[in-house]
Design a binder for this molecule. Structure first.
Ligand code: SDX
Length: 426
């Protein structure tokens, strides 16, 4: 849509700003020239700000649509596997059978980490949160690879992307093994991506771990449902870090740190802890009231979303999987009963209806992860592992742009006007 303009009338000035349209979604007003007219935009929390142009993922919050490279998430979660989704997020198109086989072989061959990385874990206390370990060790990957990486060379960028996608499950499993005092388990090249992760998590020297195909399938689906989500807080963190030219391992460590917050990726762990705190269906009304009380910081973890204002399509798929996994594993989890009743009540409560607070991706993931045998403090680690492909795909897309600029937001300054300094009198 060429030459559409928005006109800003302010202080006697008439400022014309280009209006840009994408394939789908909101048009944007290009405000890059606003500074020369003496104004900045002001949008803390980026409620209405597009930070970049991207071709990777599209979300329609009103219609509950999530597309990766144009493909609906429910189709990918049920008809593709995680590595297929990784390939398309990185390369733009779904792989052919040959491309998939080559990609899978490349990822498999990068799953082992440098033996020196094992030593990093010895510096942690046994009770260190696995996210603390993941954040630190992911950044430490820089010490092994950052000097053989030209971030302006696409081939070298892709090699670092393959290394990260391949090694995050290994590092995640190492963090778990370290926290329970068991020996690290090396990756096995004859296992699929999710089988390999489960084996590294649960195998012990005394006996081989038998991967349950139902659990492996559920794990793979969890990875897919968390793979990417447009410009969320952690992806925006990775982009901002990458805009300075930082190496991709440092950028992904920044993404891990940002994801850890309970308002973001930490919500799955917080949601399960909340369900345990609620304990029974009878206690739900009390917690609903707490969540509505403006003076109470308590929020229903797993509910609400900045973008989705009707439903999170991932939660819909996750809900089905939760029932599938619990049924096939013959697990009766009272927390699922609490979750289902909490969802029913919340979706009928006028506060939640008015605020458009629906279950998000984190609401059911904890139920499935618990059924699989993943400990609560590993939930966000799984989210980070899954989201690494999204983070690195956005980093790769940004680094491939011509005239890529460092991200440098401005501000509304409300501090002291200039004043003279008076040194301390002794
Ligand atoms: C993820 O961005 C992404 O794409 C993230 C993610 C991804 O894949 O990367 O989808 C993953 O982070 C999902 C979200 C997980 N977080 C949680 O489940 C934590 C609980 N949810 C909230 O903290 C909150 O809903 C957010 C952070 C998710 C969204 O917050 P917003 O958009 O900034 O909305 P808000 O905080 O301004 O809330 C709007 C209103 C407020 O009331 P008022 O001030 O208008 O009176 O809704 C209320 C809030 O108090 N509200 C809630 C609530 N969430 C919002 N009240 C009770 N319980 C909640 N969960």
């Amino acid at each position: 849509m060429a030459d559409r303009k928005a006109t800003l009338q302010i202080d006697g000035q008439s400022i014309e700003l280009p209006v840009l349209s994408g394939t789908a979604g909101y048009d944007v007003i290009d405000v890059r020239t606003l500074g020369k007219h003496g104004y900045f935009t002001f949008d803390p929390g980026f409620l209405a700000t597009g930070s970049c142009e991207s071709k990777i993922t599209y979300i329609d919050g009103e219609k509950g649509i999530l597309l990766h490279r144009g493909y609906p998430i429910d189709q990918l979660a049920t008809q593709a596997d995680y590595l297929e989704v990784c390939y398309m997020l990185l390369h733009g198109e779904a792989p052919t059978a040959e491309q998939y086989d080559n990609f899978k072989s490349t990822i498999t061959k990068h799953t082992m980490v440098h033996q020196g990385l094992h030593n990093f874990f010895n510096g942690f206390r046994r009770d260190a949160h696995p996210m603390a370990m993941l954040c630190a060790v992911t950044g430490a990957l820089s010490s092994f690879y950052h000097d053989d990486l030209d971030i302006h060379d696409e081939k070298q960028r892709l090699r670092s992307a393959y290394r990260l996608i391949a090694k995050m499950p290994t590092i995640a499993a190492m963090a778990y093994k370290f926290s329970i005092g068991q020996p690290f388990v090396y990756p096995k090249n004859d296992l699929s991506y999710s089988e390999n992760f489960l084996n590294m998590m649960f195998s012990v020297p005394a006996e081989d771990y038998k991967v349950n195909p139902i659990i492996a399938k559920a794990m793979d689906r969890i990875f897919t449902l968390h793979a990417d989500h447009e410009q969320n807080a952690s992806t925006s963190t990775v982009r901002l870090a990458g805009s300075s030219g930082a190496n991709p391992y440092a950028c992904i460590a920044a993404g891990v740190a940002s994801l850890w917050g309970p308002a973001h990726g930490g919500a799955n762990e917080a949601c399960l802890r909340m369900l345990k705190q609620i304990g029974s269906v009878d206690n739900i009304p009390k917690y609903i009231e707490k969540a509505k009380d403006k003076n109470d910081p308590f929020r229903l973890m797993g509910f609400g979303h900045r973008v989705y204002k009707n439903f999170d399509p991932r939660a819909t798929v996750m809900r089905e999987s939760a029932h599938e996994v619990l049924k096939e594993l013959k697990i009766q989890d009272p927390l699922l009963d609490v979750a289902m009743e909490l969802e029913r009540i919340a979706l009928e409560d006028e506060y939640f209806v008015e605020k458009k607070l629906y279950p998000n991706v984190d609401f059911y993931s904890g139920i499935i992860l618990k059924a699989i045998g993943i400990p609560t403090n590993m939930f966000t680690v799984i989210f980070a592992l899954s989201r690494t492909v999204g983070w690195i795909s956005h980093w790769h897309e940004m680094m491939g742009e011509a005239n890529q600029k460092i991200g440098r937001p401005r501000q509304l300054y409300t501090g002291e006007a200039q004043r003279e300094f008076t040194p301390i009198k002794r």
